[in-house]
Design a protein around this ligand. Structure first.
Ligand SMILES: [Zn+2]
Length: 417
């Protein structure tokens, strides 16, 4: 990049290195699922970082962590953030980059206010949304779903992990009161997790819409028996049924290659998972995504046909239950043009694109005007310890987010409506 801004911010890079030390893995990634000791430790560090710089720290009733700058008493707030939690053996940049970029951008704006160089009309708050990843506790985007009223707080708090620990127990010392300040708008920056920006040599992605997604919990029920003595005709092997489904899900993507359709099975639990036992039950989940909701609907129809056939052929029961879904929906066009103008001012190359992954902004955009920004991911590597975004791209993103937040905080009321 050769943007019109200070290209080196050692303090940001140092803070990012510190953040990456929480739950650090030998292969250069991080492992800090929501509410884990590593997640709680980094939240404590981040809360102290905010306090040290004059932010008022608040934790809400599902564990979202806020840092508020109140410049205009009683005014609504512009929110900016992402998530600090990670997948198991995840990367350093997914979510954490966006939270730290938001914090540094907000701190820069606060310094400008303190120096008398700028008078905002709205207040600004940074947020670390609880459990965006949904790996330990499902569904994903839990904190922002509760915040936006899409998921009941009581249901989220009662959710259990694989060891039967509830969210309420994991977050017992980290829960506070609901957030009550009106939110005027939201801005999030995230690593792309794909390689469109890298392939096109562009620094900034301006997100115009999100792909649609449907996620299913599947239970395949057979009958437990002896792997040696049970004659083949008498077997009801849940694992055979599940394996047929895994292959069918993969083949769905090939049938909708033009849509396109992304499919996978990401979790697979075999019961009793014992060497001399024909499995009685397999639990798995299916994840379908496409920019075209009709393609997902058609794929689900095909999947149901396959399930009916496999049930008969293998002699198992297969239960398919929708667990989480969102539609293909646009981000506000006014926010895209606001961000494009800001990138233009900084001399940053930019292009419009869709987001394939869900983000907390997927929830926020349904409630308030929302801006979603991407910076490049090297090789498109995501949910992997090898995630990487170049320092210069990280810093370009902080500069752009600072500009966008300046615009969002400058105008009232409701700049994007
Ligand atoms: Zn993320």
């Amino acid at each position: 990049v050769s943007g019109d801004y200070e290209p080196i911010d050692q303090e940001f890079l140092d803070d990012f290195a510190t953040l990456s030390s929480f739950g650090a893995t030998p292969a250069g990634g991080v492992d800090r699922e929501a509410g884990s000791p590593a997640d709680l430790a980094q939240r404590a560090w981040f809360a102290q970082w905010l306090t040290d710089r004059g932010f008022r720290v608040h934790t809400d009733d599902i564990g979202n962590l806020f840092g508020m700058l109140e410049w205009v008493p009683g005014a609504p707030v512009v929110l900016t953030g992402s998530h600090l939690d990670s997948q198991p053996l995840g990367g350093r940049y997914d979510g954490a980059y966006g939270v730290l970029a938001s914090a540094h951008a907000a701190h820069r704006l606060n310094q400008k206010v303190a120096a008398g160089g700028w008078r905002p009309s709205l207040n600004l708050a940074v947020v670390d949304w609880f459990n965006e990843e949904g790996s330990r506790f499902t569904p994903s985007m839990m904190g922002s779903s509760v915040f936006t009223g899409k998921l009941a707080g009581s249901a989220a708090l009662a959710t259990t992990d694989a060891g039967s620990v509830t969210v309420a127990e994991a977050m017992a010392d980290s829960l506070g009161q609901p957030w009550t300040t009106p939110v005027q708008s939201y801005a999030e920056i995230h690593v792309e997790q794909g390689r469109i920006l890298e392939d096109t040599g562009v620094t900034i992605g301006l997100v115009t819409a999100t792909w649609a997604a449907q996620k299913f919990d599947v239970v395949v029920t057979g009958e437990q028996s002896h792997t040696g003595s049970t004659v083949m005709a008498d077997r009801h092997d849940a694992l055979v049924g599940a394996a047929r489904l895994v292959v069918a899900v993969r083949e769905l993507a090939e049938r909708f290659a033009d849509a396109p359709l992304h499919t996978s099975v990401g979790r697979f639990d075999v019961l009793p998972n014992s060497p001399v036992v024909v499995p009685r039950e397999v639990r798995l989940n299916i994840d379908l995504r496409s920019p075209d909701p009709a393609a997902i609907a058609a794929a689900v129809d095909l999947l149901r046909t396959t399930i009916a056939a496999v049930s008969v052929e293998v002699g198992v029961e297969i239960d398919l239950a929708l667990s989480h879904a969102w539609d293909q929906q646009p981000y506000p066009a006014a926010g895209v043009s606001l961000a494009a103008a800001a990138a233009q001012r900084l001399g940053l190359s930019h292009q419009e694109m869709m987001t394939i992954a869900g983000h907390d902004s997927t929830n926020l955009k349904d409630q308030v005007p929302t801006v979603m920004l991407f910076v490049p991911s090297v090789g498109g590597v995501a949910h992997n310890e090898g995630e990487l975004t170049a320092d210069e791209d990280c810093l370009a993103g902080v500069a752009l987010l600072s500009e966008v937040l300046t615009d969002l905080c400058s105008e009232a009321p409701a700049i994007l409506r």
